[in-house]
Structures are given as C-alpha cells and as structure tokens.
Design a protein around this ligand. Structure first.
Ligand code: PGA
Length: 251
C-alpha cells in the first residue's frame, strides 16, 4: 500500500550552518515520535552532504530540490543526479512550479531529469499543478493531466511505481491561500484516476500523492484526512522544526 509522506522543501533558504542546525532539530524531534509517515527534508545542494552526516536515515530521509538534465560534462554550474546520490540523498524534487516558471523547465527536460534520477537510484518527487488563471477558467484538471502525461507517461509501470507525486496549485504556494481539503481531494482523485487509466489500479493505488501549497500545522490534519491525500510537500512551514513537526504529527 502507498506510504504517507511529509516532505520539506527548503527552497533557497538557510546558510549551511543554519541548515545543519535545522536538520539536527528535526532529527532530534523525531527521536521522541513514532511518526505515522515517512519524513523527508529536501535541502539546497550545498547542504546535502553535511545534513546527511547528522541525520538518522531510519527516521529522516534526505533529498535535493533539483538535478541536471544531463549526466555529466560541460554544464557549468549544474549538479547531476549522480552527484546528488553521492551525498547520501535518496530523493529529488523535480518539476517544481518555481523551476518551470523561473527557469524554463519543460516536460522534455523533466523527462531527462526523471530518467537520470531513477538511473542513479533517486526517488523523484514530481510536482504538478495549475496556475490561478487555469483554476479560474476551469482547465485545471486537463492541465495537470497533461503535465503527468508529458512528464511521466514514457515510464514503464515498474519505473512509474518509484515516483512520488506532489500536487501543488501554484496559486496556493507561499500565498497563505491553501486549497480547501475538498479541492485537494478532487484533484488527487483525478490524478489517481489518470494513473489508473494508464498503468492500472494497482500502480495507482500504490502511488503516494502529496499536497503542497501553504500547508501548515493548522490545516494539515484536515487535508491528510482525505482518502487520496497521502501527505504534504511543505515549503515555508518546513523552515522551523516545530511547525514542520506539527505537520508530521497531523498524521
Ligand atoms: P509553501 O510551499 O508551503 O511555502 O506554500 C510549498 C512548495 O512550494 O513546495
């Protein structure tokens, strides 16, 4: 059966000492807790190896926020999936709306990134979600379906089974404006039906679909209570150990 997951996305926040301290705080807080979900933190590239050295991998997973769409070579400033894996990280966020919006990531580059992540043993946390205009003009279901089809449906059922999905309505990210639990559930059910139509019910039932966008301790329990919402991808509220743990404990 699919896993419940709470994953932090630190984005471009924290210096290295601040990040190691935050990771230590989350790691320490998890010692006293029997979490009903997998807990993951995704940090800037610069922090991965140092954070990996201070966390208990049995309690806390580690991921990157991106990786390159090439395996290696003359791509100044890029960080490959193999480099990420060599730090001890096990996950990588791919296709976050900020990457799509500000860095021109397309479904084509994302297919390369997903393939390289899987080749290097990393679990992609693949993000999808509509912008406000698409929510308002009613095309949101189609938009999200197309993102999944174009970004992931080239995969075999076996490889698709390794993917974690994160539905993040762009209008809810960092805005304080959360999707309602019913809006999230409707979309998550639509995503699961889209997967089932391609790969069958078993693969669809086993895929974890996280919600992201202004998720916080005060709204997490209501969101996570929905049958197709299998956890959260947490931005702002992941930057404080206490609020992040408040979300973990919502399960
Ligand atoms: P937020 O970000 O929780 O700050 O809205 C979520 C995300 O972008 O992953």
């Amino acid at each position: 059966m699919r896993k419940n997951i709470v994953a932090g996305n630190w984005k471009m926040n924290t210096t290295l000492p601040e990040g190691v301290k935050l990771a230590e705080e989350v790691n320490e807080a998890l010692k006293g807790v029997n979490a009903n979900c997998d807990v993951i933190i995704c940090t800037p590239f610069t922090h991965l190896a140092s954070v990996n050295a201070v966390i208990d991998p049995a309690k806390l997973g580690l991921g990157a926020e991106n990786c390159a769409d090439h395996a290696k070579g003359a791509y100044t400033g890029e960080v490959s999936a193999a480099m990420v894996a060599s730090t001890g990280a096990k996950y990588v966020i791919l296709g976050h709306s900020e990457r799509r919006q500000y860095y021109g990531e397309t479904s084509e580059t994302l297919r390369e990134k997903v393939a390289l992540a899987l080749e290097n043993g990393l679990t992609p946390i693949f993000c999808i979600g509509e912008v406000l205009e698409e929510r308002e003009n009613g095309t949101f279901n189609e938009v999200v379906k197309t993102q999944i089809e174009e970004g992931l449906f080239n995969l075999s059922a076996d490889d698709f089974g390794k993917i974690i999905l994160a539905y993040e309505p762009v209008w809810a990210i960092g805005t304080g404006k959360t999707a309602t639990a019913d809006q999230a559930e409707d979309m998550h059910a639509h995503i699961r039906a889209t997967i089932a139509a391609k790969y069958g019910n078993e693969v669809a039932d086993n895929t974890s679909i996280l919600y992201g966008g202004s998720c916080k301790p005060s709204n997490a329990a209501e969101l996570f209570a929905k049958p197709d919402v299998d956890g959260g991808l947490i931005g702002g509220a992941a930057l404080d150990a206490e609020s992040f743990m408040g979300i973990v404990k919502a399960f």
